[in-house]
Design a protein around this ligand. Sequence first.
Ligand code: MRU
Length: 362
Amino acid sequence: MSEKNIMSYETVALDDDNSALVILNQTKLPAEVEVLHLTKQEEIWNAIYLLQVRGAPAIGVAAAFGVYLAAKGMKADTYEDFYTQFKAAKDYLDSARPTAVNLSWALRRMEQVVLDNAGEPVATIKDLLRRESIAIKDEDVWMCRQIGEYGLSLIKDGDGILTHCNAGQLATSKYGTALAPIHLGRERGMNFRVFTDETRPLLQGARLSAFELFADGVDTTVICDNMASQVMKNGWVQAIFVGCDRVAANGDACNKIGTSGVAILAKYYGIPFYVCGPTSTIDMSIARGEDITIEQRPAEEVTEMWYKKRMAPEGVKVYNPAFDFADNELITAIITEYGVARPPYTESLKEIFRKKQEAQKK
Ligand code: MRU
């Protein structure tokens, strides 16, 4: 394994000189730190589908760089020809995963650049796309830091925090969302005791959250998902921070499978349950959690992956949804880059977007 601390790697980056998307291959972590340089659209699509790059914000940034690279390589004499090719490349990347709205959000934002500059030469539009993809990444860093600040204001030094999946630096451009308060707290000399659910079946908690928290010097304990209740009962958890992949207008928050169970336990034990996510993860066009498309993944992730030998009988049925959603009534607050939204979310999320609009006018 590399000597370099994992916190000093970039999760996702653009190498424009070599026309490559550069990502940390998260399927190999923590055993091996492998940096991938992807130049073909199929490689980028696969990287998203296979979770080599994962986490809602990181997927969005990767797709923005990906579609810029596709556009850069396009040969087109007319705007119409360029837009037809661009739209095909955008739709292709958008099909890699359905649940995290950041993927389509980032790609739509890139498409808007093309549409807004219809009269410009193709070379100019390509340059604007490059700038927009870099802006999407830079804004992601800012949003995560803001979420970290708001999250940190809700906890105190020494608190026990439970998290599910990985909504950390490895899932974003920096800091993370759910883990941002913890990383920011570390920068300020604070210490938290973090319990990270291993997060079956792909173990993002055990492999990724534990890895980055540990590297940041955080007191970290990995637990199996079914141990969360016991840890809460022991009185070891003062707050729960999770990320999100798509938040509906009513505050239902879709995140890694198992999140709804954690939210139910939190309610039972009276522990605040915070969902952390940028406004790019809030989808006001979706009324409620039931309307969110949940990605179904291959059975082998449950029956074979991580085991030396297959551990379930051949031919047995497997149900492998990658996400579920926490009902808005279980959520204490939704922490965004524009502030902390509290129930009723139908109102408070609109207020968050109002604040965003105001800030963007300035
Ligand atoms: O399937 P994954 O690993 O992409 O799922 C990731 C999550 O569920 C994260 O919690 C979510 O994307 C937020 S990342 C800041």
